[in-house]
Design a protein. Structure first.
Length: 263
């Protein structure tokens, strides 16, 4: 495996998507990333979520996290993932009996070699600890919603996962979706903004009549300047929304930006 790390938690305000998009009884296509787009979609009412990601480590980690939420109490999950940063073999032992063979083998090796800390990227929203106590950024950090999610996961299997890059997905074989969540993948594509919009127009063929695509996420208005031309295009299918930022100290009113393409 040539990709060695993944994201422990999202660095987007996925809680904001509940107001931006209609997830009720929806069919969703989402990148895996940290898995938090998937877990949030279920909490928001999605009935079916198909995932994609080329990062094999992200796939293994997602399946691990899926079973961890099934198995652990809210307090144990918080302590294991946030406080101890996965470095707690006793909690891991509570999870590993539930893991598929490939996932268990991978994590056993990480713990045996003392490499568990190298699994995730060092940056996370843990610099803003309030994000982990209110559900303002990740909905399942609200205790009540954590147990709602746990109940949902205990009644379904690991979702269908496609190990592929976004731009290489064979959408024609996947059917139609109400919501597509592309995170901030645009930043990692070698694709000018106008070419990305052409790509979004192709994806439109797989949207339901009132479907939409979360096309980009930005932590500053300056970094989303590529799409400034939409302000002058009255017929544009793109819209830009300000949402409460992941950067939050209890006082400052920072904003992040979500770009949406609507059919």
């Amino acid at each position: 495996m040539d990709i060695e790390r993944t994201y422990k938690f999202t660095n987007e305000n996925v809680s904001s998507y509940e107001k931006l998009y209609n997830f009720k009884n929806s069919r969703v296509l989402s990148v895996i990333g940290s898995g938090d787009q998937y877990f949030s979609s279920l909490l928001f009412g999605a009935k079916d979520v198909i995932l994609f990601d080329k990062n094999e480590i992200a796939i293994l980690y997602f399946i691990f996290k899926f079973h961890a939420i099934r198995k652990l109490s809210y307090e144990d999950f918080y302590k294991y993932f946030v406080i101890n940063k996965l470095d707690d073999i006793s909690t891991y032992k509570k999870i590993k009996s539930s893991l598929p063979y490939e996932v268990k083998t991978f994590f056993n090796r990480l713990y045996s070699n003392g490499n568990i800390s190298k699994l995730v990227y060092p940056y996370s929203i843990s610099n803003h600890t309030i994000n982990y106590t209110t559900g303002r950024v990740i909905p399942y950090f609200d205790k009540e919603r954590y147990y709602m999610l746990q109940s949902i996961l205990n009644n379904r299997d690991v979702p269908f996962i496609i190990g592929e890059y976004l731009e290489n997905l064979n959408l024609e074989n996947l059917g139609n979706f109400d919501v597509m969540l592309f995170s901030n993948i645009y930043l990692h594509l070698s694709m000018p903004a106008k070419d990305y919009i052409k790509f979004l127009k192709k994806c439109r063929n797989n949207l339901t009549s009132d479907g939409c695509i979360q096309a980009d996420y930005s932590w500053s208005e300056a970094s989303i300047q590529d799409f400034n031309f939409i302000k002058d295009d009255k017929n544009s299918k793109l819209s830009l929304d300000m949402v409460p930022s992941v950067r939050y100290d209890g006082k400052s009113d920072f904003k992040d930006y979500v770009l949406t393409y609507r059919k």
